[in-house]
Design a protein around this ligand. Sequence first.
Ligand code: P6P
Length: 343
Amino acid sequence: MARISIDPSRIMTIERHILEEQTYHPEATGVLTNLLYDLALAGKVIASKTTRAGLAEILGRTEDINIQGEQVMKLDRFADLTIFRLNDHTGRVAAMASEENENFLAVPDKYPKGKYILVFDPLDGSSNVDYNVPIGTIFGVYKRISEDGPGTLEDFLQPGHSLVASGYIAYGSSTMFVYTAGHGVHGFTLDSTVGEFLLSHPNIRIPTPPKYFSVNLGYQIYWSKGVRRYTEYLQGHEGGIKGLSLRYIGTFVSDFHRNLLAGGVFYYPADRRDPKKPHGKLRLLYECAPLSFIAEQAGGYASDGRQRILDIQPKSLHQRTPIFVGNRDLVEKVEEFIRENDS
Ligand code: P6P
């Protein structure tokens, strides 16, 4: 039988990779490195539950309704608590904010406060849990702007271009941890036999030509004229692009991840269905900005249709924004359609 020679030096764990990344930051003290380790650990813990949701009595809904007006899934709650508890005592963060909590989460008085701010969507796509559809976790890390002591609301209201790191964990056919610390995008796949995330996708760049477009066509009649025209362009009408396939899972992380690796554009535009949500459904702080940082680090671009997502100055924790993200030329094209067709 042919011998399989594995060069152990080629096995790059996420811990070793993050440590090497740290060399890009001479001023680094290792705190961000350790914060990213903690998030990778949270990913392993959450992954261990998502693959057994049906067996671990964490399938289904709690009685709670979150700030978004959505029913909280048991796995949502588990993921939210896991990330909070892995980070509340380490002295690396000054405060945290998550989709599941109306106000930001203070670090308990008894624990030291650190220099970073952590924002996260603990379980993106959780409404899909009961149907065995892939789900994910999204996170973003900022440096605090308040001096010291407990974090403040202003620490969170920073534009995405101030992010020092961001990433996501995709719980699908395999569990992947994808992150950037400002020097490219790197993907790791969980080898559950050894419990390690191993480097599987170094230096991810969004490929061209793109293969997919991802949008919920069910809402097409509610979109602006510019977005409807753009969608026809993507479908090949009148001089549009030929050959794009439509893929839409209904989990932002999963749709984003596929387009990151295969090329494509994901969009969740503003629509006129719900006057209470004139800016679409997805949240700026802990969904759109972190993934937009990833997209730009991989050579792509993200816009709300008129401006760069990473330049938007947040005004509140749960602020929503329309988003178009993926290959730069595809995203710049929608800005053109919106300029030409929408007031
Ligand atoms: P719709 C999941 O509920 C989510 O927040 C994102 O992960 C996903 O992209 C979007 O909503 C799907 O929304 O309205 O198409 O079901």
